[in-house]
Structure formats: structure tokens, C-alpha cells
Design a protein around this ligand. Structure first.
Ligand code: ATP
Ligand code: MG
Length: 352
């Protein structure tokens, strides 16, 4: 085990093995649901197997990023199991009616992590996107993973903590910062119980802000939030995660819960430089470049905006007034562009 003797397990090893067991239990649930649906209609079966395939991919992402430095045998067996589930899911999906699989993919949920340089517009776009997806009838969880949080403001509700309460977490010596999601709580239950209601029936969770040198709030919640998001495989939900600016969070894999990463790029050269630094850290998750705050500048070389959100003075004014852009200027060009992004992600439009 790890760098210690073969019989000596560190707290970190325990935490890792626990995490593997939780992941295996979550996968077993999804596979059970998928097998039970086998007699049903093709769309329902496809929905279940797509959920299993996507969840296996989310779990695999972290292991692919870096080779295991501890519990290598257990990790290897776990990875092999995840890959086997994924292969099985793909085989079943290939044998199903294609139209049914497309239908299922459209309703399987949109899970995105939003990255970019500080001030690029991550929170504005995340919040507006979350609310627009909710208006399309999706159940949406908006997660603020930034310890300098801004997502609640952009969503348009009073400054709210939205943090997991003390009863949702438990200490564990091997967990990052010493806290993790309580072991008897599954992610879907945590969302039902503790995600706060936000406008348009979006549900909201936050890691909390750093308030002092001890940064207690995020220390207690950050590992739990990551576990929660990563293990939240319920196919009936969309998840929009607003990541802290810069490369640390992607490096640590905060985006592993997402099936797609949105990289928000502003017109400034440094914004493009940050995007170019982030992209290699994303790993194998598909990426979409969203340009924001451009006037008539061309795209940065190599960073074509799949969706272009224009500079919009009404959005800036909304923020100055402490209002959500979607409430203050719902028909503005920037909101129109985020609406196209929502359509694109939810399969209601195809890329231009
Ligand atoms: N399309 C736009 N047009 C004009 N102003 C915009 C636009 N998008 C965002 N803004 C403004 O830019 C500022 C930064 O936006 P936002 O807070 O969303 O960025 P962020 O990437 O989340 O920043 P941080 O890294 O600090 O969390 C805000 O004042 C916001 O109102
Ligand atoms: Mg922000």
C-alpha cells in the first residue's frame, strides 16, 4: 500500500478505497437499473445504458489523468471494472434502435463545467445557462465551485450560502482538508435535501467562501461537493458547475463530473492565454469554446467560439444593479446567445 509497508494503510489509502467502494456501488445501481429496463422500450433502455456509460466515463476521467500512486492494484481492478461497464453499455446501445438512442441522448441531461480566466464571464454564463435549461423543463443543479463565489448573484437571488450543512459532511483523516460527504448519504439524496431553491426552480449548492486564514467553510465542503457532483449520476438532472478561475481547479479535476467543458474566452490576449493553458488540463472531456464580451474583434487563433456571446452593456448594467441579466435584460443580445448555447447543449439545435 502506497509508500508504506505492505500491511500499513494510511488514512489517504482508506479514503481512496472508500471512494472506490462508493463508485462501485453507484455503478452497480446504474447497471441494475439498466438491466431491469431491458424488457422495456428502446428509449428507456438507452436512457439507462447511456447513464451508465457516462457515469463510467466520469469516474474513469480522474484515474486516466494521473497514474495511481497508491493502492495501485485496487485502482487497476476498479478501472478495469469501469471500462467493462462502459464496453457493455456501448454494446447494448449499438444494438438499439438509433432513433431511440438519439431521443435518450437528448433527455439524458446536460452536465457542463465552466472554466476560464478570472472575469471572463463564467458566472454570468453559468447562471443564465442554468436558468434557461430549467425553463426548457430540465431539472438543473447549479454548483458554485469558486471560493470567491458569484454564481448566486448571477442567478438572481439574495446572497445565499447554499453550502452543505454540517450534518452532510464527516471528518476523515485521508480526505482532502479532512472532510468528506457523509458515508451513508448518496449524492441524489444530498441534492434533494440541501440544494437551495433558486429562480426558475434551479437548485443551488456552493462550496462557500474563504472568510479568514483558516478558510474553514470551503475546507469542510470542497471534497464533499466534489464527491457529490462526481457521484450524482441520476440521468434526470442537468448540472452546471462554475469553476474557480485559472488552472488549479481543472488540474485537480473539479470538472470530472461534467460530460462537457465550456471554456469562456474574452477578447483580451491574456484570456486566450489562460484558455490555452486550461485546455490540456481538461483531459478527455469534450470542450466547447464560448467567446464572451467580444465586440468586433476576431476570434483568437485556434480558439473559435462555437457560441459567441457579444459584449452587452445591459448585462454590465444588470450586474451593477445587483440583478440577474436574465431578469434585467431578458431580450438582450448576450442572453440570446446564451439561449443558443442552451439549445445546442440540450440537443435542440445543431452547431453552426
Ligand atoms: N457579455 C457580456 N457583456 C458585458 N459584460 C459582461 C458580459 N459577460 C459578463 N459581463 C460582466 O463581466 C464581469 C465579470 O463577469 P463574471 O462575474 O460572470 O465573470 P467570472 O468569469 O465569473 O469572474 P470570476 O473569475 O471573478 O468569478 C461582470 O461585471 C459581468 O456583468
Ligand atoms: Mg465567477
Amino acid at each position: 500500500m502506497g509508500a508504506r509497508g505492505t500491511n500499513e494503510r494510511s488514512g489517504r489509502d482508506d479514503w481512496l478505497l472508500d471512494s472506490l467502494a462508493r463508485q462501485a456501488a453507484a455503478m452497480a445501481q446504474l447497471v441494475k437499473g439498466a438491466r431491469a429496463s431491458a424488457a422495456g422500450d428502446h428509449t428507456e433502455t438507452a436512457r439507462h445504458w447511456l447513464a451508465a456509460e457516462r457515469q463510467a466515463n466520469r469516474f474513469l476521467r480522474g484515474f486516466r489523468r494521473r497514474p495511481a500512486r497508491r493502492c495501485a492494484q485496487e485502482v487497476e481492478a476498479h478501472v478495469a471494472h469501469l471500462e467493462a461497464v462502459r464496453t457493455q453499455a456501448q454494446a447494448v446501445l449499438t444494438g438499439l434502435d438509433r432513433a431511440a438512442v438519439s431521443d435518450a441522448a437528448r433527455t439524458a441531461g446536460v452536465r457542463v463545467a465552466v472554466m476560464g480566466k478570472g472575469g471572463a464571464g463564467k458566472s454570468t454564463i453559468s447562471a443564465t445557462l442554468a436558468r434557461l435549461l430549467a425553463r426548457q423543463g430540465h431539472r438543473v443543479l447549479a454548483a458554485d465551485l469558486d471560493t470567491n463565489p458569484g454564481l448566486a448573484y448571477s442567478l438572481g437571488f439574495p446572497p445565499a450560502a447554499g453550502m452543505l450543512p454540517a450534518e452532510a459532511v464527516e471528518p476523515h483523516p485521508g480526505a482532502p482538508y479532512g472532510w468528506r460527504l457523509r458515508s451513508d448519504i448518496v449524492p441524489a439524496e444530498a441534492v434533494e435535501r440541501w440544494a437551495m431553491p433558486a429562480p426558475d426552480e434551479v437548485r443551488f449548492l456552493s462550496v462557500g467562501k474563504i472568510e479568514g486564514p483558516e478558510k474553514q467553510a470551503p475546507k469542510r465542503s470542497v471534497a464533499a461537493m466534489r464527491e457529490l457532483l462526481l457521484g450524482f449520476g441520476d440521468p434526470g438532472w442537468d448540472v452546471v458547475g462554475d469553476l474557480e478561475a485559472g488552472p488549479t481547479t481543472p488540474f485537480e479535476g473539479y470538472h470530472d463530473f461534467a460530460d462537457r467543458v465550456l471554456v469562456v474566452v474574452g477578447p483580451a490576449w491574456v484570456s486566450a492565454m489562460t484558455a490555452r493553458r486550461l485546455l490540456p488540463l481538461v483531459g478527455d472531456a469534450p470542450t466547447t469554446i464560448v467567446t464572451n464580451r467580444f465586440r468586433d474583434e476576431p476570434d483568437h487563433p485556434g480558439l473559435p467560439g462555437v457560441v459567441r456571446v457579444p459584449f452587452d452593456p445591459e448585462v454590465l448594467e444588470a450586474e451593477r444593479q445587483g440583478l440577474a441579466p436574465l431578469d434585467a435584460c431578458p431580450t438582450s443580445p448576450a442572453i440570446g446567445a446564451v439561449s443558443r448555447l442552451a439549445d445546442l447543449l440540450s440537443g435542440q439545435a445543431v452547431a453552426a
